[in-house]
Design a protein around this ligand. Structure first.
Ligand code: ATP
Ligand code: MG
Length: 424
């Protein structure tokens, strides 16, 4: 017998038991986004490869070793998107959404990175991303952070995430810092591991988030980014901190927070948790005021972040057991007897006409009443509607509350109103 074909490593199926909680979480996130006036944008999953190498940076982990790149039938190099910002900027430039305009956008969908799969790290994963264009003050940076804080509250995980914040300044400030950092690292080559030696000249700021404890110790004596900040970035950052203080949002300034993608400037932030092992960053972002111009548009200030949906779902499941997935079925329709099945299906259709939000499932495949009630329980229904030959003849239906066991017989024409009351 042929071997069954299985899913690709690191690319998950999301089964009904998973999608129920995903939908509820996504619904909560979208509701909050709408309450701030943000609009959805939907973008392709595949883009021309140079878009990502130019936007994210040639010497980053993502571009160097994580992209799913392939040639299409014309020999053109395409890449499955590893993140959403580059495509969003590309679309904004292409459709004239950015220059001299304000845009507050969000997107959600799959991203692809060739990484070693483990809990909280996959090769196909999902992000919810938010991007704002055309606003340069720290107020919008603060709003993004306040909005995420509202997400955590709505999901019941606020006590389990911490905000880390930094400013990485202007391009010039960073170039000056880079030289100072390289000079420092050159004096301490003996302590550096292979990874850091490699990064020292290609992308030295990445040495700052080395996980090696010896390197972290060495960095205590290194020059810090803060000493090199330009005046405007300094003001922007203190403006942001003041707004967060006023909003009562706690944060920790982490001078070593630099983020993995090259396009950031000024504000960078991460929401981290200690409840998910080493995959602790739930959400990260910052300003990228240079990216639009770098990709061929006219200079446009921009700020955004991306959240890892899998990590968010894992966190909600780990710390908030009260966050229940949406119920699949409220009402289960039970029918037994000669010709009763058709009457039951018609009644169900009428009730759906009367209340489109009602979640109702009709029993199929027959079975005696006992079997059908067992199925109603299995689906988690709160109410059973029961029809037999007598009820059909009399135009009636039995409504049974499956929690209390109370039941009543009523006219089918009154069923919609009764269900509404019982399900309140
Ligand atoms: P990490 O340091 O964990 O690799 P990153 O800095 O590469 O994260 P970003 O590119 O900023 O992550 O993406 C934003 C968020 O997307 C991350 O904070 C994380 O929650 C999620 N994410 C990134 N890569 C993966 C992945 N391979 N699997 C699942 N989620 C991911
Ligand atoms: Mg990564």
């Amino acid at each position: 017998m042929a071997k069954n074909i299985q899913a690709i490593r690191g690319m998950n199926d999301y089964l009904p038991a998973d999608t129920a909680i995903w939908q509820r979480i996504e619904g909560t996130l979208k509701q909050v986004l709408a309450s701030y006036g943000y609009s959805e944008i939907r973008l392709p999953i595949v883009e021309h490869t140079p878009l990502f190498s130019r936007a994210i940076g040639e010497v980053t982990d993502v571009v160097e070793k994580e992209m799913y790149t392939f040639e299409d039938r014309n020999g053109e190099s395409l890449t499955l998107r590893p993140e959403g910002t580059a495509g969003c900027v590309r679309a904004g430039i292409e459709h004239g959404l950015l220059y001299n305009q304000e845009q507050r956008l969000w997107y959600t969908g799959p991203m692809f990175r060739y990484e070693r799969p483990q809990k909280g790290r996959y090769r196909q994963f999902h992000q919810m991303g938010v991007e704002v264009f055309g606003l340069q003050g720290p107020d919008v940076d603060a709003e993004l952070i306040m909005m995420t804080a509202r997400w955590w509250k709505a999901l019941g995980i606020a006590e389990h995430v911490d905000l880390e914040l930094n400013s990485i300044g202007s391009l010039d400030a960073r170039a000056n810092y880079r030289s100072a950092l390289v000079a420092f690292l050159e004096q301490h080559q003996d302590v550096l591991d292979e990874d850091c030696k490699r990064r020292m000249y290609t992308n030295p700021l990445r040495v700052l988030d080395s996980k090696n404890p010896d390197i972290q110790k060495l960095l205590n004596d290194a020059p810090t980014l803060g000493e090199f900040l330009d005046e405007e970035s300094r003001e922007h950052f203190s403006g942001l901190c003041a707004l967060l203080d006023d909003a009562g949002i706690n944060y920790r300034i982490n001078q070593r927070l630099v983020r993995g993608l090259d396009y950031y400037n000024r504000t960078v932030f991460e929401w981290v948790t200690s409840s998910l092992g080493s995959q602790g960053t739930v959400c990260g972002g910052g300003r990228y005021d240079g990216l639009v111009e770098q990709l061929g548009g006219r200079a446009t200030p921009a700020v955004g972040f991306a959240m890892g949906m899998e990590r968010l779902v894992l966190l909600v499941q780990a710390v908030n057991p009260e966050f229940e997935p949406t119920r699949i079925v409220d009402v289960y329709v039970i029918a037994s007897g000669q010709g009763v099945q058709s009457a039951a299906m018609q009644l169900a259709e009428k009730l759906r006409d009367a209340d489109p939000a009602l979640k109702m499932m009709t029993n199929f495949g027959g079975g005696n009443f006992k079997k059908q009630f067992a199925r109603a329980d299995k689906w988690g229904a709160r109410i059973a509607l029961v029809l037999g030959e007598d009820e059909v003849k009399a135009g009636q239906v039995v409504v049974k509350d499956l929690r209390t066991g109370d039941q009543q017989t009523l006219a089918q024409s009154d069923a919609a109103a009764t269900l509404r009351t019982l399900l309140q």
